[in-house]
Design a protein around this ligand. Sequence first.
Ligand code: FES
Length: 206
Amino acid sequence: MQYSQKVLDHFMKPHNVGKIENPDAEATEGSPACGDQISIFLKIDPETNIIDDIKFQSYGCASNIATGSIITDMAIGKSIEEAKKITWESAADALDGLPAVKMHCSVLAVDTLKKAIKKYEIKHGLAEEESFSKKTIVEELRKIIYPGVGEDIVTLKMVKYVGFENGVATIDVEIPKFDKYRDNVVEEIEEHLEAFDEIKEVKVTI
Ligand code: FES
């Protein structure tokens, strides 16, 4: 697998690794795609909402560690509003690219940062807990990367229908029969959505 020099540098000598004692917010997320985990810890100035300190611990692969390193560099000293604008695409660009099959590792790191910020916002009355809806499902599907291209399945217009009724999530995806990632994508949809308490059953049609 071809990694950029920047990915290798951040993987070999990652920045901001560790844990913050008594953080203002923290989040740990796992990837349904590979089972790996990452934790992010934040210290935030309550007057300015500037991220004074940020650390991460990764149990993931080189791409995940490199993304954790680069996004913590990007977020430190920024306001939470600015840090929320960090996307997995901008993180991958800052690393001079990631292999398509490794984009999900970057999504995991950025999603965890966003979760930590969201927790801080809810705790400080800056945001409300969002109620579960079809939109939540679509947002979750945006985290599933089609490994052949390194883009999410919603952006790629592979998702043709999303339904949610009586605890049953119905997802219709379009993937050619011969596609080698077909089972992979279906499995990921099931695993992502089954993690929600509100969803009792996931039906994926292809
Ligand atoms: Fe699991 Fe990259 S393969 S985080």
